[in-house]
Design a protein around this ligand. Structure first.
Ligand code: MTE
Length: 572
């Protein structure tokens, strides 16, 4: 009864929920009957229920953070009356199936069953109703574990709770044993070694940032410390057989080996900062929880990249200004794939790709060495001034097109929304894909909570500043009193200090500026709130607080950065 009431509250209708359907042995048996024959029950008739389980399971299989987050949001809402679906499923007297029986359910006609950790689930409706649900057919009749291993980044507890609504039985003990042997392979087992100093946000896929203090120690971030943002396992690529395909131009398909790329096109080098759209997401979480990896201030780094210009390669493939009459985008595809074979992809506007001032590189070198595996070996695209997500690693294909990339990461992620938009109302089609990023700065040292001895008399504050689209940071203001009074920091554009000769050409300021301010410690203060804000050459400035720019995916977080430190009277 409780469950029925909840359904009315959430959706305004009186139909039975899936939880209700499994609340009694009879209902459990009817679920079994369903699975072996008809794939139709009350669940599929009621669109009001669909987002939670459909989206969450889609997240499980498609590995899409936003989609999963959407599902989890709904799921949480459904749990507010304190009913644990998990607990119910565990107490249901469900039948035992052999693997052979499970394997018979691999089509919509026969029902779609999967197993996970010894339980059997009928997910026929999921496949019928979810637009991308057909992908799950790859797992049909078998184990979810390999998929789960691939998407280990997701919150397993919540998704399992949702999955448990579809539990129809247990797997025979001996078949469970056999399965364990089959499913123990880890798609991340060939991922490269990483430096232990990195702060890991997720291990599989690997996502990590350096400690902020390290960032401002060196204008060029050593590759080992450069933040790493992977959506999937790192692909192992043989440089000898590597091939880059360029399509969509009048010259037909151009195929280039790594050697071709190095020998047929002039090598250009470029110092450019990459920043993840989710950099500083953790500050958004202080306003209201967002969905995504909890990045601190160091999902940003600066490197010198070497490679062929994309523009030169497109010209070799037949690009001429006529192409711009019909083409608008250049799409990129990586070699990293999920279990369904879907690869990472993104696109950028054609004019950025072909303009001489766009400086887009097909990079095979990072900081003077071959690209490391984590950063796209053997070739990645470096789109300076543009959000990290478009800098596709392990590049396999370039397509000139009238359309944007259809990839999930171009269409349904990495977009900005109003603080008013939530997971119930979000329409990813309504917002443009993020390309150029807004002006940004942060304090790398001291870090929050540092205790400074009064006897040191002065304080040095350091940080980074950068703006997207080649806009140059022209000033960084620093406050030691929470923004009441300000001082101007010194900017640094190389490790040698401020050098006008290395100032970038207008509109092509791709690299960050490090900044520094040394100021006397305010004599009376016991605590300081240090704040920084940057200004770029379009006089764009950072917003003072994060609440008005909060968005459900926690992207574009660029409010004034604030760090609190204590001043101690103890002698050093
Ligand atoms: N390219 C591929 N093929 N796969 C990915 O997961 N992640 C993107 C982008 N390119 C990604 C990719 C994202 S979201 C970012 S922020 C940058 O790579 C991170 O680059 P890095 O790991 O070299 O710092």
């Amino acid at each position: 009864m409780l469950l029925l009431r909840r359904c009315q509250r959430l959706t305004g209708c009186g139909c039975l929920t899936p939880q209700r359907a499994q609340a009694s042995p009879a209902a459990a048996l009817s679920a079994v009957r369903l699975a072996s024959g008809s794939s139709h029950d009350q669940r599929s008739e009621h669109p009001g229920h669909s987002p939670s389980w459909r989206q969450a399971l889609a997240g499980l299989l498609a590995g899409t953070g936003a989609v999963l987050a959407y599902g989890l949001h709904h799921h949480k809402a459904e749990q507010t009356d304190g009913i644990s679906v998990h607990a119910k499923a565990q107490t249901s007297p469900l039948p035992i199936f052999s693997q052979e029986e499970v394997t018979k359910h691999r089509t919509l006609q026969d029902g779609v069953w999967v197993t996970y950790k010894g339980s059997v689930y009928d997910i026929t409706e999921f496949v019928t109703m979810h637009p991308g649900g057909d992908k799950i057919l790859l797992a049909a009749g078998g184990a979810l574990e390999p998929f789960w291993a691939l998407y280990a980044v997701h919150n397993q507890e919540h998704v399992l709770d949702i999955l448990s609504e579809y539990k129809v039985g247990e797997l025979k003990a001996e078949d469970q044993k056999k399965q364990q042997n089959l499913t123990s392979s880890d798609p991340y087992s060939s991922d490269p070694e990483r430096h232990p100093v990195l702060r890991v946000n997720s291990l599989k896929p690997f996502n990590a940032e350096p400690p902020p203090e390290i960032l401002s120690d060196s204008y060029i971030t050593p590759s080992a410390f450069f933040f790493k943002r992977n959506h999937l396992p790192v692909p192992q690529v043989d440089p000898a057989s590597y091939e880059l395909q360029v399509e969509g131009l009048p010259g037909g398909v151009l195929r280039l080996s790594l050697e071709d790329l190095k020998s047929r096109f002039p090598k250009h080098t470029l110092t450019a900062t990459l920043q993840c759209a989710g950099n500083r997401r953790s500050e958004m979480n202080t306003v209201k929880q967002v969905k995504g990896l909890n990045w601190g201030i160091a999902a940003i780094s600066n490197a010198t990249w070497g490679g062929a210009r994309l523009r030169d390669v497109l010209q070799a493939a037949g690009y001429s200004p006529d192409v711009a009459q019909w083409a608008r985008h250049v799409q990129f595809e990586g070699l990293d794939k999920d279990l369904t074979g879907t690869t990472y992809g993104a696109s950028i506007p054609l004019n950025k790709a072909v303009s001489e001032e766009g400086d887009v590189l097909l990079a095979y070198e990072m900081n003077g060495e071959a690209l490391p595996a984590d950063h796209g070996f053997p070739v990645r695209v470096v789109v300076p001034g543009t959000v990290g997500a478009r800098n596709v690693k392990w590049l396999s294909k370039i397509t000139v097109s009238a359309e944007e990339s259809s990839s999930h990461w171009q269409q349904n992620d990495y977009k900005g929304f109003s603080p008013a938009t939530d997971w119930d109302t979000v329409d990813f089609k309504s917002a443009p894909a993020i390309q150029e990023l807004p002006v940004q700065s942060a304090i790398t040292t001291p870090t929050d909570g540092t205790v400074i001895s009064r006897s040191s008399e002065e304080l040095t504050v350091k940080g980074y500043a950068w703006s997207g689209g080649g806009r140059e940071v022209v000033r960084v203001d620093v406050s030691l009193d929470g923004g009441k009074t300000w001082q101007v920091a010194q900017l640094r554009v190389s490790d040698k200090g401020q050098d006008p000769e290395v100032s970038p050409p207008p509109g092509r300021a791709w690299a960050w500026k490090l900044w520094e301010l040394t100021a006397p410690l305010p004599p009376e203060a016991h605590q300081l709130e240090i704040v920084c804000k940057a200004v770029d050459n379009s006089y764009n400035m950072q917003p003072d607080t994060v609440a008005p720019i909060w968005n459900l995916r926690g992207v574009l977080s660029n409010a004034w950065h604030r760090v609190k430190v204590k001043i101690s009277d103890d002698e050093e």
